[in-house]
Design a protein around this ligand. Structure first.
Ligand code: NAD
Ligand code: TDX
Length: 336
């Protein structure tokens, strides 16, 4: 059986990818995850044990990584690298784990795939390209210059550069993808959309940074999964593919959609302190992935995916409620 090693597979997007693999393919999945605050065993619960194995460990642990990557010797086997510190606000408070996991961790994986000749797919973000003006006619493409703004995006950019250099200098068989903002089940309540939904579900108020004019390009995590699988199957080694679903919305628009869907008045939100260095707009041109590899998102609209996500948080209170108080206390301490 074909084997995939999925780092960060107990986090938001990684666990959605593991579910996708179990439902849509016949590969065996080994998840390597440190089980930080962002991970969740519940997200992998109920998956068949003969298909999915969880190894709790750090991608910076060279001996463990070498052993797991060394086990990927079959045709079609691959390492898919999702593990990261992923939250911008946290990176502004303490950049250290971002540099360690996102840069040193990626380096550790690259050295192992180099030694063992294993195929790798590196999962990255559109934030490495910095931000766009609201009226910029050009969206991000694979040719856009790197210009990260935050410690998080700088650490992801550093990781991307390492992957590209290991491809060119050592002939490592890697592909890269840079995706826009994801939403869907199992996203931590620190992030924008789950924070607002769970604020309303727990009797709190929606919190909008600054004026809310900032634009994000939303994609459902399922569509991100199908794109990564498409790249694994058909992508050209050494290439970068941008992943996006034409889902640009201002934060104010998203807040109003959530308020409306949950039966609240459109102005029922608070403006809070803005994020320092807050990127204005992200927007992805995914023409290369669509034309070269034939990928299409399955979700017809952001509104459809948002309704389903709100319903998911309504029915998974047991999962998110224990995390909520600590996250809100940390935000309150920063005036957010
Ligand atoms: P997440 O924070 O929900 O999950 C990250 C996972 O990585 C967690 O399970 C955590 O325990 C694990 N992890 C962290 N440090 C580790 C280490 N040292 N060793 C092993 N495991 C470790 O993040 P996410 O939102 O699911 O993002 C996953 C990936 O997708 C990241 O690489 C992120 O940069 C990228 N990405 C995210 C988005 C988004 O909108 N969330 C968009 C584009 C790209
Ligand atoms: O309470 C909030 N209010 C608010 O207005 C929060 C938590 C966020 N925001 C704003 C900030 C951003 O403009 O919403 C937008 C989205 O914020 P986040 O969910 O923190 O995401 P972002 O900073 O855009 O980064 C996300 O997308 C790219 C992921 O967290 C990254 O891992 C990914 O690389």
């Amino acid at each position: 059986m074909r084997r995939l090693l999925v780092t960060g597979g107990a986090g938001f997007i990684g666990s959605n990818f593991v579910h996708y693999l179990v439902e849509q393919t016949d590969v065996h999945v080994t998840v390597l995850d440190k089980m930080t605050y962002a991970a969740s065993r519940e997200a992998l619960a109920g998956l068949p044990p003969e298909r999915v194995e969880l190894v709790v460990g750090d991608i910076c642990d060279a001996a463990l990584v070498d052993e797991l990557v060394g086990g990927l010797s079959g045709e079609g086997d691959a390492l898919v690298h999702y593990a990261a510190e992923s939250h911008n606000d946290n990176s502004l408070n303490d950049p250290s784990p971002f540099v360690q996991t996102n840069i040193v961790g990626t380096f550790t994986l690259l050295e192992a795939v180099r030694r063992h000749g294993v195929r790798m797919h590196h999962v990255s973000t559109d934030e490495v390209y910095g931000d766009l003006e609201l009226d910029d006619p050009e969206r991000f493409t694979e040719a856009t210059a790197y210009a990260p703004s935050s410690p998080y995006s700088a650490s992801k950019a550093g990781a991307d550069h390492l992957v590209r250099a290991w491809v060119r200098s050592f002939g490592v068989a890697a592909t890269l993808s840079n995706c826009s903002n994801n939403y869907g089940p199992w996203q931590h309540v620190e992030k924008f959309i789950p924070r607002q939904i769970t604020n309303l579900l727990s009797g709190g108020r929606v919190k909008l940074y600054g004026s809310g004019q900032n634009v994000r390009d939303w994609i459902h995590a399922d569509d991100h999964s199908s794109a990564v699988w498409t790249i694994l199957e058909k992508g050209r080694i050494g290439q970068t593919y941008l992943i996006g679903a034409d889902g640009e919305k201002s934060n104010l628009e998203v807040v109003r959609l959530i308020l409306e869907a949950m039966g609240h008045a459109p102005d029922d939100f608070d403006h809070v302190n803005d994020r320092p260095g807050h990127d204005l707009r992200y927007a992805i041109d995914s023409t290369k992935l669509r034309t070269e590899l034939g990928w299409r998102p399955a979700y017809g609209s952001f509104e459809e995916g948002l309704e389903r996500t709100i319903e998911w948080y309504r029915t998974h209170q047991d999962w998110w409620a224990p995390k909520k108080a600590a996250v809100e206390a940390a935000y309150a301490a920063q005036g957010q």
